[in-house]
Design a protein around this ligand. Sequence first.
Ligand SMILES: Cc1cc2nc3c(=O)[nH]c(=O)nc-3n(C[C@H](O)[C@H](O)[C@H](O)COP(=O)(O)OP(=O)(O)OC[C@H]3O[C@@H](n4cnc5c(N)ncnc54)[C@H](O)[C@@H]3O)c2cc1C
Ligand code: FES
Length: 605
Amino acid sequence: MGGCFSKPKPELHCSQAQPRRHRCTLSICPPDPHVEVKIEVVLPEKERAKEEMSPNGKASPLVYKVNGTARHYHLEEHPITINPYQNVKDVVEASVCHVKDLENGQMREVDLGCGKALLIKENGDYYAMGHKCPHYGAPLVKGVLSKGRVRCPWHGACFSIGTGDIEDFPGLDSLPKFQVKIEKEKVYIRASKQALLTQRRTKVMAKCISLSNYNISSTNVLIIGAGAAGLVCAETLRQEGFSDRIVMCTMDRHLPYDRPKLSKSMDSHLDQITLRPKEFFRTNDIEVLTETQVAAVDIKNKIAVFKDGFKMDYNKLLIATGNTPKALSCKGKEVENVFNIRTPEDANRVVKLASSKNAVIVGASFLGMEVAAYLTEKAHSVSVVELEEVPFKKFFGEKVGQALMKLKEVVLKSGKVLRADVCVIGIGASPATGFLKQSGINIDSKGFIVVNKMMQTNIPGVFAAGDAVTFPLALRNNKKVNIPHWQMAHMHGRIAALNMLAHGTEISTVPYLWTAVFGKSLRYAGHGEGFDDVVFQGDLDELKFVAFYTKNEEVIAVASMNYDPIVSKVAEVMASGRAIRKRDVELFVRHGKTGDMSWLTGKGS
Ligand SMILES: Cc1cc2nc3c(=O)[nH]c(=O)nc-3n(C[C@H](O)[C@H](O)[C@H](O)COP(=O)(O)OP(=O)(O)OC[C@H]3O[C@@H](n4cnc5c(N)ncnc54)[C@H](O)[C@@H]3O)c2cc1C
Ligand code: FES
């Protein structure tokens, strides 16, 4: 059993007789009125004075206790080392292999003397570039080479083998590109010091030439939101030569940071997760207004109104406000030790409060399970309270959900009290679009901003991107979908920027997401909503499997654990526009050909 929690046998504490004045009870809307679980949050000193017990709270019906086996960090949860090259000379030239060492369609890591490079042969030509993915440092040689690009095995970023440019996300940077020459049947790689040591952007960033004469309350491009979508939009504009003023505003106190890390490396220092340093914004003339909230948008006069009354004119607007965590409808939610994980401060504080104490997580969501896994190493006990019998059932199907559940045990069904020194709420989120209600921008019934394939709203010049939107997904016959994931937010930001510059670029990407549940990475590509069957290969009990989600005889999504690079491989086939037939996948599974994926290329039986 692939358990991954290190604290020896965490205990579940129920109904301990503690002085009432030190407690506050959370109640969670139950679907079943016969079942109740209360969470008693132990109040911190400051809160005790204003404590007021809620009446008998009712809660979700199931509580899972995490197992106490050792937690194994996946390599990708650690911060990346910035530059893999050491002791570099002005020019590095190395003979790296014989021409016969590499077949067409193969990749190989080769030694340059000062570090490694990725050597690729495709259609008789050789290419060389950086060997580590700039996102979290995955070895690209373990990824997928397909028609002029390499897809990362971990989270699906894609790089052109011709230029090293990043073509799909996550991650912000491109790969260094090196020269290859063949002499006397030997392959040589030549690289300048600059190519090896300089972090490559996709293109050289343009300078803003109108800074000196701008009006403080007027900008050309205003970006509301400094998450992945907002940042990629701003960077893409500069990469594409845009030289007018860009202002990005955020309610956050910080410059953009790696939000997915908040639940996976919860005690990371801000510096470790900041996506770009201050100098980057200064050098590239991207102004960031922190702790600034937009309260309304006047589309007729092209004005954004801030909460403090300040107004700013814009020419083009991007709304990338992400989402807001759902709150519990119960008493007790406002106490100091009940958290949503949205900021580095939240994550750091939870770790501190949970240290050797009792943590309760409400909601076995991606976020909830990641936090539970992380805290098990620190806390005395970690309990997860969930409404569903099988977590992730809707998303991953019953069997995958059950397999993940085997790492925990159901310990409490009803009528008990869980003691929580710290409580984390992970019950989902809703789009942060309330401020647009009266704006005239098209918002759907769930609050998502509706955009077309170019990330345009119904209002000319107003674009929207990221978690806050629904957009037509080409992969699923242009069905309007909301995909609240890191890779998609990057891609939306890029497409919005290109279309602000009138490139007429439509979004074409395969959704790719990952989660680090129980210290193991689960990868997922495609869009499986409405799947009618799941075809498995591997061993669910051992958490070494691939699951193909099918609908009407076609594969629409894939998930895997410990099965790299299958998800990247499937994503690459989907990206090429080829359909994957359920029949072919079943044949693959029946013959147990784990290594042979010829069916994926259309050459299989
Ligand atoms: C803890 C956590 C873990 C996650 N883990 C994963 C993962 O493992 N894999 C994955 O694919 N995805 C993960 N996600 C989801 C991922 O982080 C989001 O999909 C992504 O951040 C969305 O980017 P965005 O730019 O749309 O919005 P966000 O990153 O949410 O940024 C929104 C921005 O808008 C600002 N804003 C909001 N309203 C206003 C306003 N009125 N005025 C001014 N500014 C405003 C906010 O301050 C913020 O700067 C995780 C999310 C969280 C919270
Ligand atoms: S490490 Fe390559 S996409 Fe994340």
